[in-house]
Design a protein around this ligand. Structure first.
Ligand code: NAI
Length: 249
């Protein structure tokens, strides 16, 4: 068994998941990056170097999850942290009157059921290490635009799943949820070519749109020993947007 703590991050081929993997590696973790995008996760892992391992995984596939955790037990011998980040990140599902059951189930299966399946199969290893789980929710668990019911319900479910699970699996395992606001996950080249407007930044009480590193910083803290008294909570990281009162003039 390796002496280095091991984390498993789902949806880590890009965006917030990649940012979390990158931060944990800088902090000295060994990280398994799991994603259904095989080429993406391989290139992300190559970029992060020898402390990163790639796993091709669809979080809707229970047998694939079971097999991955068996491999982790065999190869790394331990699991200290699970970050359930994989998700259909587009919240727009269209008017509810025309939302097909198949589409509703697609959002729920990835964003909510995927986290349940990951936790179910990771818990035996996490319990042994007195590890921690971080679920990536959304401020859309708390507030909405029109036509986003399936996404909002999946993220609201994740907040409830977090507190329920924390009560069941403590004190061995702590479980928290981070609800990000607007996080600009576009590649650096796109950010340069198509910069956000000043208004995009200024409307945030914190003065700017978020970056994956903002979410990664809190995830790293919640997984670490200084967060030993923190479990079952949902943490909003949105530059203050959910605290701004907005009424039309
Ligand atoms: P993204 O769309 O850039 O990346 C999501 C990653 O998850 C991709 O690599 C994708 O291949 C992977 N993925 C999707 N379905 C999967 C499945 N079934 N199995 C395995 N991997 C799968 O998304 P982003 O923006 O980085 O978001 C990450 C998480 O943060 C999502 O859960 C999203 O809902 C949440 N979030 C993002 C916000 C944002 O502004 N970017 C705001 C609030 C929440």
């Amino acid at each position: 068994m390796t002496d280095t703590p091991v984390a498993l991050v789902t949806g880590a081929a890009r965006g917030i998941g990649f940012g979390i993997a990158q931060r944990l590696i800088l902090d000295g973790w060994r990280v398994i990056l799991a994603d259904r995008d095989a080429a993406g996760v391989r290139s992300a892992t190559d970029h992060l170097g020898p402390a990163a391992d790639a796993a091709i995984l669809d979080v809707r596939d229970e047998s694939g999850i079971r097999a991955l955790l068996a491999q982790v037990r065999q190869h790394q011998g331990r699991l200290d942290a699970l970050i359930n980040n994989a998700g259909i990140s587009d919240p727009h599902c269209g008017p509810v009157e025309s939302l097909g059951l198949e589409d509703w189930n697609r959002w729920l299966a990835t964003n909510l059921t995927g986290a349940f399946l990951m936790c179910k199969h990771a818990l035996p290893l996490l319990r042994k290490q007195r590890g921690a789980i971080v679920n990536i929710g959304s401020t859309r668990a708390l507030q909405s635009e029109p036509d986003t019911e399936a996404y909002a319900a999946s993220k609201g479910g994740l907040v409830a799943f977090t507190h329920a699970l924390s009560v069941s699996v403590g004190p061995e395992v702590r479980v928290n949820c981070i609800n990000p606001g607007w996080i600009d996950t576009r590649p650096a080249s796109t950010k340069k070519a198509e910069p956000l407007r000043e208004l995009d930044h200024q409307q945030h009480p914190a003065g700017r749109v978020g970056e994956p590193a903002d979410i990664a910083a809190l995830a790293a803290f919640l997984l670490g020993p200084q967060a030993g008294f923190i479990t079952g909570q949902a943490w909003t990281v949105d530059g203050g947007m959910t605290k701004r009162m907005i009424y039309a003039d």
